[in-house]
Ligand binder design. Structure first.
Ligand code: 13P
Length: 253
């Protein structure tokens, strides 16, 4: 953790969740007690179909909500897309952009991710910009170069510590049960912080929350969250179980 930074644990439900699963959000809100509130911010990013009702369910809990993606465009003839303003209107305060599943399955380039991050900022949402290398890239010794390159291409203009979150999610660790070693996470997060210094200036870079994501579970959260420059987690599968998500939050507290 970075002592001066309040950690954030965000849950990415991906394409999971029907109305009945709002009970998970309610259980997380119930478990977000005074001790946790004093120590860690929480956010849930349900599918777009549940965003407004999840935001309602979380109202008063101090747990934020977010979208999982947003359009580069403000409005218009873009069937199936959802704008950042629509996410904000549904109660969101965050938007995940550039998740590896979007980059891989939908061919999103760094330039597209940057445009989405800018669209999020324009709608007063905080973008959670995801970066991460593939297994081949890590094995070729290119992990840091790939991730810093993604940062260069994907970060919005004029971001500040208060308006940007970066999530390092190694592609090979997502949904696989595999995680990098603490030393590898430390190396990458230090490299990300240094790169942000070049892009935003050291003062802003020092305050940006850098999340780790990829197979975070209650059993490994304490070790991962203890790494220098890890300021929280972006949690997939384990965010669909209130107890697991709260246990990860406690590991940050
Ligand atoms: P898992 O926690 O299921 O590995 O997913 C991580 C992730 O992709 C969060 O955005």
């Amino acid at each position: 953790m970075t002592r001066s930074i309040r950690p954030l644990v965000a849950g990415n439900w991906k394409m999971n969740g029907l109305k009945a699963d709002l009970a998970i959000a309610a259980d997380i809100a119930k478990g977000y007690d005074a001790e946790l509130k004093a120590a860690v911010d929480l956010a849930l990013c349900p599918p777009a179909s549940l965003l407004a009702s999840a935001s309602d369910a979380l109202r008063g809990s101090h747990i934020a909500s977010g979208g999982q993606d947003c359009s580069t465009q403000d409005l218009g003839a873009f069937t199936g897309e959802i704008s950042a303003a629509m996410l904000a209107d549904a109660g969101a305060s965050f938007a995940i952009v550039g998740h590896s599943e979007r980059r891989t399955l939908h061919g999103e380039t760094d330039a597209a991710v940057k445009a989405k991050a800018q669209a999020a900022l324009k709608a007063a949402l905080v973008p959670i910009v995801c970066v991460g290398e593939t297994k081949d890239e890590r094995e070729a010794g290119r992990a840091v170069a790939v991730v810093t390159g993604q940062l260069h291409g994907s970060l919005p203009e004029a971001a500040t510590a208060a308006t940007l979150v970066v999530a390092y999610e190694p592609v090979w660790a997502i949904g696989t049960g595999l995680t990098p070693t603490a030393a590898d996470v430390a190396e990458m997060h230090a490299a990300i912080r240094a790169e942000l210094g070049l892009l935003l200036g050291d003062e802003e870079a020092a305050g940006v929350r850098l999340l780790y994501g990829g197979s975070v579970k209650p059993s490994n959260a304490a070790e991962l969250m203890n790494v220098t420059h890890v300021d929280g987690a972006l949690v997939g599968g384990a965010s669909l179980k209130a107890e697991d998500f709260l246990a990860i939050a406690r590991a940050c507290a």
